[in-house]
Ligand binder design. Sequence first.
Ligand code: UFG
Length: 333
Amino acid sequence: MSKSQDTDTKSVLVVGGAGYVGSHACKAFAEQDWRVTVYDNLSTGHRDAVRWGELITGDLADESALRRVVASNRPNVVAHFAALTSVGDSVRDPGAYYRNNVTGTLNLLQAIRTEGPCPLIFSSTAAVYGDPEQTPIVEDHPKRPINPYGHSKLMVEQILADNDAAYGLRYVALRYFNAAGADPDGEIGERHDPETHLIPLVLRAARDPNFSFSIFGNDFATPDGTCVRDFVHVSDLARAHVAAADYLLMGGASTAMNLGSGCGASVLEIIAGIEQALGRSMPKHFGPRRAGDPPALVAGADKAKELLGWNTMYSLPTIIASAAAWERKARGG
Ligand code: UFG
């Protein structure tokens, strides 16, 4: 139990709170009257995305800085988003992924254990399942990651389970499917550099004829031959973190759960949805498959419903509309 629970205001330390999902989670916590503090090295996050709490600039590699921030903030819960997240990069530079995602998390856990202690919410991923044997994927599906990114996240899940057994540090690992969309109020959104994600790339290709975009494979064993993914609105993901924090504060047991809509959409269906939203059609270029892309990833999301009372609020058209509005705003349109 955290030392700060003698006050009425609940406090969350958001590690990686300047990033895409982390910044939306900060907003969701603040809307529920949590005190938010962000710890981020701004390597991929954005200073101007930290709008709901103080920003402390620091790195996961710096264990003494982590200790100081946990000791001074006395959070009730830590939400840990800070990670390298590109599947392709993880194949090219696995050392960076294991160093940042695994060693960095060990540093954070050490700081929480010695200076907290308090429970942790961990950003995990559908990439822990690898190439699924069946969809929808439920949580006890075999975990056989097919890239270093997925391995790094699964290693952390194991470390968390071992830490709970040894030290009683409780956690919820949230396995995101495809995070997409932007804050419905337009305050924050997706900004990766370089951008590799489908929806922002298609939006850009729709307005810029010189921007090359290709569909990675049309020979998958799926209804239209392109990959199927479960797109879940980033604000829905954000709300799940607040629900997970409340679950942990109520004494909930450590667990891992999927966060997805339970519905799949193919790459071609996403492109069609964007064409419809923008009222224009665009040329489709088919290229080879991208290494490490499973044909279909669709979440079985009943566990999050049962344990957290969590449901998705935003549909795929809303995801696309919010992403398009954010993209327009980001380019000053
Ligand atoms: N795609 C294209 N062309 C592009 C970019 C993407 O066809 O230029 C396709 C991909 O092949 C994939 C789909 O669009 O089938 C979605 O790709 P994203 O890169 O947007 O997302 P991923 O499904 O690869 O990645 C997501 C998360 C990862 C997680 C992974 C699990 O972003 O963190 O799911 O496989 F690891």
